[in-house]
Design a protein around this ligand. Structure first.
Ligand SMILES: [Zn+2]
Length: 350
C-alpha cells in the first residue's frame, strides 16, 4: 500500500452539516459511517494517511450545477457572496470540529512536515487545517491571526464566488479560467501576510488573473491543490498550459481532483467515470510539469468521484491504476505524498 497525503478534502463540511442535525463529529470520525467519503476507518483502509482539510463556507442554497444544453455545455453563475458574520460563525464551528478531533486523538492536527510524518508513522490521520475561500476573514486580517493560532496553515483566498480578497471561477464548460478580475488590494495583503506567517496559498478556484496576481506577489511555490488539465477537460476550474508551466517554473504543485466534472472530456457529473480518465490527467500533468510537481487533491466529501474509487477506502485503486500505467515506486511516492510534503515545508519556512 502506498500511503497518501492528499491535498484537499471537505470532511469538515460533512461533519459540520451532521452536527447541525445533532450528530457527534468525533464519534462519527472514529467509528466510521456509510455517508460521504472520509472517516477514520475508511481512510485507514484506503491508505489515506492525511491531508488538507478545508474550512469551507457553503453556498446558502447548496451548489447546483446548471442543466447542460444539447451539446453538453453549461454555465452555472457564480455563487452569491456570503456575509462575514455568518461566515465567521461557520468557520469557527468547523475549526472547532478540527480541534476536537485532535483533542480526542481521532486525528492529529499538524503544523509541520515532521508532525505529518510522525502521525503517518503512528497510523494517525495527519490533518492540516485549510480554508477554502476567506469569507470568514476581515480586510484587516485580524481573524487570520486567530485562525493561524487555531492551526490554519493553508488557504485559498477565494472559492468559486467573489469576496473582499478576489474573484472565483464559475462551474462552467467549456470556459476559460480567465473569467473575471484578480486579487483586490486586500487580496494582495492577504497573500503577503500568508508568506510572512507561513501559510500556504492555494490557487484552486481563483480566476486566471488572480493566479497571475498571486504568482507575481507570493514568494512560495505556486500550488493548485485540487485542479486538473484544461487541455483535457475544458472547465473554468482547470488549469491552462501556461498556468501549468508557471507551476513547474516555481517548483510548485498541482493536485489531481477526483471530481468527475473535472476529469471527463465531456465534463458531465456522472460517477460512471473510468479510472483511465484519472490516469489520463496524471499523464498529461506529469508530461507538462514533471513528476516532482504532480500530487493528489481528491476533493473527497466535496464532489462526485468515480464509482470505482467510491470513497477514501478505494484510494489505492488509483495507485494500482497508476502502477499499471507504468509509474515506478519512486514516482508513486512523489505523487502520493512527497511532493506535498516538499511544498508544505517550503511554504512553512522549514
Ligand atoms: Zn474546491
Amino acid at each position: 500500500m502506498e500511503l497518501v497525503f492528499d491535498g484537499h478534502n471537505d470532511v469538515l463540511l460533512r461533519l459540520w452539516k451532521n452536527e447541525g442535525h445533532g450528530g457527534d463529529a468525533v464519534a462519527e470520525f472514529i467509528d466510521g459511517t456509510a455517508e460521504g467519503h472520509i472517516d477514520g476507518p475508511r481512510a485507514k483502509a484506503g491508505g489515506l494517511a492525511g491531508g488538507l482539510c478545508a474550512i469551507y463556507i457553503p453556498s446558502e442554497k447548496g451548489l447546483i450545477l446548471d442543466e447542460p444544453d444539447a451539446r453538453g455545455h453549461y454555465s452555472t453563475p457564480l455563487d452569491a457572496p456570503r456575509a462575514r458574520a455568518a461566515s465567521l460563525d461557520i468557520g469557527m464551528e468547523m475549526a472547532s470540529i478540527a480541534l476536537r478531533l485532535d483533542r480526542a486523538g481521532a486525528w492529529r492536527l499538524c503544523h509541520s512536515t515532521g508532525a505529518i510524518r510522525a502521525a503517518m508513522a503512528d497510523g494517525v490521520f495527519a490533518a492540516v487545517l485549510h480554508m477554502e475561500g476567506c469569507e470568514a476573514i476581515d480586510a484587516d486580517l485580524k481573524a487570520l491571526d486567530v485562525f493561524y493560532a487555531a492551526g490554519l496553515r493553508s488557504l485559498g483566498p477565494v472559492w468559486s464566488r467573489n469576496n473582499i480578497f478576489g474573484h472565483g471561477v464559475p462551474f462552467a464548460f467549456p470556459m476559460s479560467p480567465d473569467s473575471g478580475p484578480g486579487l483586490t488590494e486586500a487580496g494582495f495583503r492577504l497573500v503577503k501576510a500568508c508568506n510572512e506567517l507561513g501559510i500556504l496559498v492555494d490557487l484552486a478556484h481563483i480566476t486566471e488573473k488572480g493566479f497571475w496576481d498571486v504568482a507575481k506577489t507570493s514568494n512560495q511555490p505556486l500550488i493548485a491543490s485540487h485542479s486538473n488539465a484544461h487541455a483535457l477537460t475544458g472547465v473554468a476550474r482547470n488549469l491552462t498550459d501556461r498556468q501549468l508551466d508557471a507551476i513547474k517554473e516555481s517548483k510548485g504543485l498541482v493536485g489531481l481532483n477526483y471530481a468527475v466534472i473535472m476529469l471527463r472530456a465531456d465534463a458531465r457529473d456522472d460517477a460512471a467515470t473510468p479510472l483511465a480518465d484519472m490516469v489520463r490527467h496524471i499523464d498529461y500533468l506529469v508530461d507538462r510539469v514533471g513528476i516532482d510537481c504532480v500530487a493528489l487533491g481528491s476533493d473527497f466529501d466535496g464532489a462526485t468521484v468515480p464509482t470505482e474509487i467510491a470513497d477514501s477506502a478505494g484510494n489505492q485503486k488509483l495507485v494500482a491504476a497508476l502502477m499499471d500505467a507504468g509509474y515506478a515506486d519512486a514516482d508513486l511516492k512523489k505523487i502520493c505524498r512527497e511532493n506535498w510534503l516538499r511544498v508544505l515545508a517550503s511554504a512553512w519556512h522549514e
